[in-house]
Design a protein around this ligand. Structure first.
Ligand code: ATP
Ligand code: MG
Length: 455
């Protein structure tokens, strides 16, 4: 037994000495080693390390052309395959320096990204390379991100988490600016504006303004307002937050909803003229410009189930600037004249975009999209009919839609011509009726005047 205990003690002390030597040799090597190591763990002190995901994305996308093991995924049905490197080691170069990345996974599955660099490149790595990697990773994430279409839940369903405020579906709308029929000059102007906005990070920072932009889309029904919002989202790869004002009880709920939206998004208030009926309420209560609920209910004084215009404006000008960046806000309306000037004054909405009835130019682009047609003898008739008839692009599109998936050019164009002629005769009849009514009113006025003079 004594011998056993003695052997155990000798073994223990040998192990201790060995580990001491190991530690000493590690330090010795580290001291003389020209390499430095920086670790990025997935979790740091039980909290998510926000640098981890973008770096992993960056490394994943890095050198896919050279890597031998690849992983493929398709994040959106409409998009192509995304290829990623599926190897644990990557070598990277940046401004003439060379670094090495290695992924390590611990026993419970948490990952750490180990960056090894030469001691002399330490400054450049810590000051600019890491920042560059994170930014690049974020922009790759944004490009591949699945777009979402959010709608607000009724406030009675809200829980304590931010996610309970909104429900969403994947956004897979095919709309794009190429197929959107409108004046080409106006379209180009909008595209330039959107491009300047999305690349304007430094500019907005320089001028000290929040990175946001407001668009007011107005025009009759079926002229492409909603389609344009979808096209904007597809162009910029932004998610859409479609705000249903009728489901919100008051300003603080609106504030809560809006602060829970994410960056790179379009916040949409559709048919703002229906949600906003300022005139009636304002007469009653000058100081508080109310937005009426869609159902026309004002609610009793205690239970104010309404959002005020000032609440909305505060958000656009004030709170908005403080919370979040890179957001587009869009209002749509069928009746520009009905909106309060405070809402649409310049500076609040950066761009007013009118979407109007179909012009012949717009028709030509629809004909190209729907029928693959550049010209046709019937175009002349259509052009002259369109000059004095109002028709929404949605109605033109309906006539040009392929019937039974067979392209019947003549049939479709004749359908459109008939529809235009019907509208033309209807408009003419209405004009005659209006003229008759005016004449009748004039006569009645004359009679009343004569009576007044008599008595
Ligand atoms: N300018 C356009 N170019 C191409 N297609 C259009 C255009 N305008 C309308 N359409 C077609 O008509 C349909 C309806 O258009 P959309 O919903 O965008 O109209 P809207 O202006 O939002 O109408 P509303 O005022 O009723 O909301 C769309 O699905 C689209 O296919
Ligand atoms: Mg619409």
């Amino acid at each position: 037994n004594h011998l056993k205990i003695a052997i155990k003690e000798i073994l223990l002390s040998t192990i201790q000495q060995l580990s001491f030597f190991q530690r000493f040799s590690d330090r010795f090597i580290n001291f003389f080693s020209p390499y430095v190591e920086i670790n990025f763990s997935e979790y740091e002190d039980y909290r998510i390390n926000h640098a981890f995901d973008p770096i992993e994305t960056y490394l994943g996308a890095k050198a896919t052309d050279k890597a031998k093991h690849l992983r493929a995924s398709q994040v959106r049905e409409s998009k192509g395959l995304v290829l990623k490197r599926d190897e644990t080691k990557v070598r990277d170069e940046y401004e003439g320096i060379r670094v090495w990345w290695e992924t390590e996974t611990d026993s419970i599955g948490f990952k750490t990204l180990k960056l090894t660099l030469h001691r002399r490149s330490r400054d450049i790595v810590t000051e600019s390379y890491i920042k560059y990697v994170i930014e690049e990773g974020k922009s790759i994430e944004a490009k591949n991100k699945k777009m979402k279409l959010f709608t607000n839940n009724p406030s009675s369903h809200w829980g304590s988490s931010k996610t309970s405020l909104w429900r969403y579906i994947d956004f897979e709308h095919p709309a794009n600016f190429e197929t959107l029929a409108m004046d080409p000059k106006k379209k180009e102007q909008i595209l330039n504006d959107l491009a300047a906005f999305s690349n304007g990070k430094d500019y907005y920072k320089k001028i000290g303004k929040a990175w946001k932009r407001g668009y007011l889309l107005y025009g009759p029904p079926g002229t492409g307002k909603s389609t344009m919002i979808a096209a904007m989202a597809n162009l910029l790869n932004y998610s859409i937050y479609d705000i249903e004002l009728t489901a919100i009880q008051n300003n603080s709920e609106l504030k809560k909803l809006l602060t829970a939206t994410s960056n790179k998004s379009i916040i949409v208030f559709e048919d703002i003229d229906c949600s906003l009926d300022l005139t009636g309420k304002r007469k009653k209560k000058e100081s508080n410009l109310m937005i009426w609920r869609n159902d026309g209910e004002q609610g009793d004084e205690e239970n104010k189930s309404s959002v005020t215009l000032s609440g909305l404006l505060n958000f656009i000008d004030g709170i908005w600037s403080a919370c979040g960046q890179e957001r587009i806000i869009v209002f749509t309306t069928n009746h520009l004249a009905k909106l309060d000037p405070a809402l649409i004054r310049r500076g609040r909405m950066d761009m007013h975009i009118e979407l109007s009835y179909c012009t012949f130019e717009a028709f030509k682009s629809l004909a190209k999209n729907y029928l693959d047609l550049d010209s046709h003898p019937l175009f002349k008739t259509i052009e002259s009919l369109m000059k004095d008839t109002k028709i929404a692009p949605a109605d033109v599109a309906e006539n040009l839609m392929k019937k039974n998936r067979e392209i019947d050019v003549d049939g479709s164009l004749n359908d459109l011509i008939q529809s235009l002629e019907r509208r033309k005769s209807l408009e003419r009849r209405k004009k005659v009726q209006r003229a008759q009514l005016d004449e009748h009113n004039k006569d009645s006025y004359k009679i009343v005047k004569a009576f007044r003079m008599l008595f």
